[in-house]
Design a protein around this ligand. Structure first.
Ligand code: FES
Length: 108
């Protein structure tokens, strides 16, 4: 699958997550305070909860349901109760737009 434009970089608020879907793949898209953009699987591995409804803290996205914090860089849960990672997808910034290639999984 090729990269897909999902939004403009300026549409992303710092330290907030938004949900995007490419095909049937739900993705949590996060711009951190430094301006880096991350794309991880949006479904918590502990339950059927959208991680993009959670909280960004430093380089993590916290599930609002039971508090597992997933690394935006590795997809690994850093706190219980989740113990399985979510996928991390390739993000490219091109001419002010954000592109994701969901076929390229960087870490699981
Ligand atoms: S559903 Fe996410 S930590 Fe329980």
């Amino acid at each position: 699958m090729a990269s897909t434009r999902v939004c403009a970089f300026d549409e992303l608020e710092p330290n907030q997550a938004v949900r995007v879907e490419i095909g049937d793949i739900p993705i949590a898209l996060v711009r951190d305070a430094a301006g880096d953009v991350f794309a991880i699987g949006d479904t918590c591995t502990h339950g059927d909860i959208s991680l993009s409804e959670g909280f960004v803290e430093n380089d993590t996205l916290e599930c609002w349901a039971h508090g597992s914090m997933f690394s935006l860089r590795t997809g690994k849960p850093l706190t219980l109760p989740a113990y399985e990672p979510v996928p991390v997808y390739q993000v490219d910034l091109i001419d002010g737009d954000v592109y994701i290639d969901p076929s390229i999984i960087l870490a699981v």
